[in-house]
Ligand binder design. Structure first.
Ligand code: COA
Length: 144
């Protein structure tokens, strides 16, 4: 059975950051550790897990009282395209709504734009370049 969980044990945290690193940083030639930042202490962390195997990860950050942000969304490489990205984003959006946020923003990599558009996000425009190379695009969704 696939479950949405919050990482709890040391083993969970290792698997969580390992998946984030392998999907979001290793392909960019970055070293381990680059997958973490200060927001990890305050963010809400989500995982999709099946039989202790981590399938997907995501983090929800607060921006202000009504706006929140999804960050570090990643699905295990051989499991992409099977609905797991949608599943973890739905869990994150539901929690954001329950916490009282009205708007969810994110900065998507160019190749993830169609995924977020499919999930109902609206494109605002280009935002920043990660490590000076990977163009990101700001998107938002009104939570209702
Ligand atoms: C982007 C990512 C999170 C999407 O997760 P996923 O599990 O592969 O996507 P899903 O299978 O849940 O797709 C959900 C919907 O988006 C659509 N979709 C996904 N990628 C798409 C693409 N490149 N083009 C068009 N549609 C796409 C799917 O067809 C699906 O539509 P449906 O539910 O109406 O049938 C995942 O592929 C990933 O981790 N990629 C590498 C890391 C990354 O880019 N992370 C995001 C950083 S901003």
């Amino acid at each position: 059975m696939i479950e949405v969980k919050k990482p709890a044990s040391e083993q969970d945290w290792d698997a969580y950051y390992d998946l984030r690193y392998r999907i979001l940083r290793e392909p960019l030639g970055k070293e381990r550790g680059s997958e973490r930042n200060e927001g990890d202490e305050t963010g809400i962390h989500f995982t999709l897990v099946e039989n202790n195997v981590f399938i997907a990860v995501a983090r929800l950050d607060s921006v202000d009282e009504t706006v929140c942000q999804a960050r570090f969304v990643a699905v295990e490489s051989h499991l992409q395209g099977k609905g797991y990205g949608r599943k973890i984003m739905t869990a994150l959006e539901n929690e954001a709504q329950n916490l009282g946020y009205r708007k969810l923003i994110l900065h998507a990599r160019d190749y993830a734009l169609p995924f977020y558009e499919r999930l109902g996000y609206t494109l605002v425009g280009p935002s920043y370049k990660l490590f000076d190379v990977l163009q990101h695009f700001e998107m938002f969704k009104i939570l209702s």
